[in-house]
Design a protein around this ligand. Structure first.
Ligand code: MG
Length: 263
């Protein structure tokens, strides 16, 4: 019994060292830290709260209105109005679930500028045409750069045209692709710095963990809300986990070994 215990201890120690060697998985609050009193998805308050809990990053979603105002919201429509075909004036007074006014990118980044910790994980939502996707990417990079937040912003997108435009106009920025349909080596050749795929995509392509590492790409997985899968992803050595339960995920990432049950 004693021998079994010490073998187990040694195993845990080795595992802990190997995880440390790879670097600890960092946590990204999906749409900010919104599952808490007074917050709401993609609200400025959710960004503040993500900063308060000191996770690596806070993710948010951006659309351009028809008259080119960048606003923060996840869905294509807000209260029945299609954001990308509306003018800003038509949607500017709509509110989020916590009573906040729909934030513009400008307002959101103004708050971001006052925060000291969280990185801004900027998801540009797909727009109607390849040209519009490229234009949207150029527009938002210009705003981020003008606000002096170039060094704290990382771009993610499902849209390949937008992704390529980010790589072209923000060559020093981290840019990751979300759709999950491109192999790591190909992403690397296109100039991406990371992949940001649904965790099921990575489970279906276990060889992509190694391929991404060999290519020097970062690995981010979304949106992992099951503690058991969070633990599994941490053990796989992913760089980032995007989650709606950032505090719990951070605790698991800090101590994945001690939380293993029934070894
Ligand atoms: Mg998003």
């Amino acid at each position: 019994m004693k021998q079994k215990t010490s073998v187990l201890f040694l195993f845990c120690l080795l595992l802990a060292f190997s995880l440390q060697a790879q670097g600890q998985t960092q946590i990204i609050a999906h749409r900010g830290y919104w599952q808490t009193e007074g917050s709401a998805q993609n609200s400025i308050r959710a960004l503040e709260l993500a900063d308060e809990i000191r996770v690596y990053g806070s993710e948010f979603d951006v659309h351009l209105t028809a008259d080119n105002v960048a606003v923060i919201f996840h869905d294509d429509t807000i209260q029945g109005i299609a954001i990308q075909s509306a003018t800003y004036d038509e949607i500017k007074d709509l509110t989020l679930a916590n009573g906040e006014k729909l934030p513009t990118l400008q307002e959101y980044l103004e708050k971001g500028k006052t925060l000291t910790h969280t990185r801004l994980i900027f998801e540009l939502k797909p727009h109607q045409t390849p040209e519009r996707n490229q234009e949207a990417a150029r527009t938002v990079v210009e705003i981020v750069d003008r606000m002096g937040l170039k060094d704290r912003t990382e771009y993610i997108t499902f849209d390949m045209d937008a992704g390529k435009e980010f790589i072209r106009v923000a060559p020093e920025a981290a840019v990751a692709y979300l759709r999950g349909d491109v192999a790591p080596a190909e992403l690397k050749a296109l100039g991406y710095t990371g992949l940001d795929y649904h965790y099921n995509v990575m489970l279906e392509h276990p060889e992509w963990f190694e391929e991404a590492r060999e290519a020097g790409l970062t690995i981010n997985v979304w949106t992992v809300n099951d503690p058991e899968i969070i633990r599994q992803m941490v053990m796989s050595g992913v760089d980032y986990i995007t989650t709606d339960i950032p505090e719990e995920a951070a605790a698991i990432a800090a101590h994945p070994v001690t939380t293993i049950e029934n070894i």
